[in-house]
Write a protein that binds this ligand. Structure first.
Ligand SMILES: Nc1ncnc2c1ncn2[C@@H]1O[C@H](COP(=O)(O)OP(=O)(O)O)[C@@H](O)[C@H]1O
Ligand SMILES: [Mg+2]
Length: 250
């Protein structure tokens, strides 16, 4: 469903994404975990066709990004880290706009939208988007993506700005859609989110994919490297191993 081969993005001399390979299967919830500045957003922007790679290949739904960018974009769902929406539209007008662009089955999408709005407690579709908080926009963006039921869904730091209850509902919704066959790629800098939400986790640091596996596989890895917990492994792999020393110095 999602394939990247030797994916590289350079900004000038700086390598933001360094030879990343991905192979994500149908129905998987894949977590792309890494600290701030690791290259998560840059990777997701390349996978969703909004940023051109410096080199490497991308295949989504079996289609080559270079040849089928428009078709890929029509068939995926994207929740960016900063949901950019037309502030002068009401939530309901934004939803109508999305339904028209994507030419979805309106009856079916409306039914799904109602369910998602109820779950997420979205009762503000009659207000202007300009008056929404980050979390309210985030939830509307998620609803506008999930109502289309795309086969592949990308979410960049989806829980940032969501309260605990909304984050839990998002987790349940993503699980439901993945069980129905959707493939989900989400980024997070929070280990706990990756642990709780994802079937498989890739750890990215300084642009490199440095470890990948199921939670159990990563935990086994952390034991062999004599780290007690996955958190210790994550901190060590991402270069925060000297954290204890730093804190002692403070
Ligand atoms: N347009 C850009 N121009 C220059 N550097 C960039 C640009 N976008 C991202 N970067 C740099 O690439 C690195 C990775 O950024 P990003 O992918 O946003 O990280 P993350 O999402 O993991 O926090 C950072 O060092 C960032 O400053
Ligand atoms: Mg980011």
């Amino acid at each position: 469903m999602i394939k990247a081969k030797n994916l590289v993005k350079k900004f000038g001399d700086f390598i933001a994404v360094d030879n990343v390979n991905l192979n994500i299967k149908s129905g998987e919830i894949y977590g792309f975990l890494g600290p701030n500045g690791a290259g998560k957003t840059t990777t997701i922007r390349m996978l969703t066709g909004t940023l051109k790679p410096t080199s490497g290949e991308i295949e989504i739904l079996g289609m080559d990004m270079k040849k089928n960018e428009i078709k890929i974009k029509a068939n995926i769902g994207v929740v960016p880290d900063e949901p950019k929406m037309y502030e002068n539209l009401k939530g309901s007008e934004f939803i109508e706009f999305i339904m028209n662009i994507y030419e979805v089955d309106k009856d079916e999408s409306k039914k799904r939208l109602d369910e998602i709005c109820e779950a997420f407690e979205i009762d503000y579709l009659d207000s202007f988007i300009g008056d929404y908080s980050h979390g309210m926009k985030q939830k509307l963006m998620v609803a506008s993506v999930l109502m289309r039921k795309p086969k592949v869904i990308f979410l960049d730091e989806p829980t940032v700005g969501l309260d605990a209850k909304s984050a839990k509902i998002l987790k349940m919704l993503l699980e439901k859609y993945s069980k129905e066959g959707a493939t989900i790629f989400l980024t997070t800098h929070i280990l706990e989110i990756a642990e709780k939400m994802c079937d498989r986790i890739g750890i990215i640091s300084s642009g490199k994919l440095i470890a990948e596996g199921t939670l159990e596989e990563l935990k086994a890895l952390s034991k062999t490297s004599e780290k007690q917990s996955l958190e210790d492994l994550f901190l060590e792999l991402t270069g925060a191993g000297e954290l204890d020393d730093i804190i002692k110095e403070l």
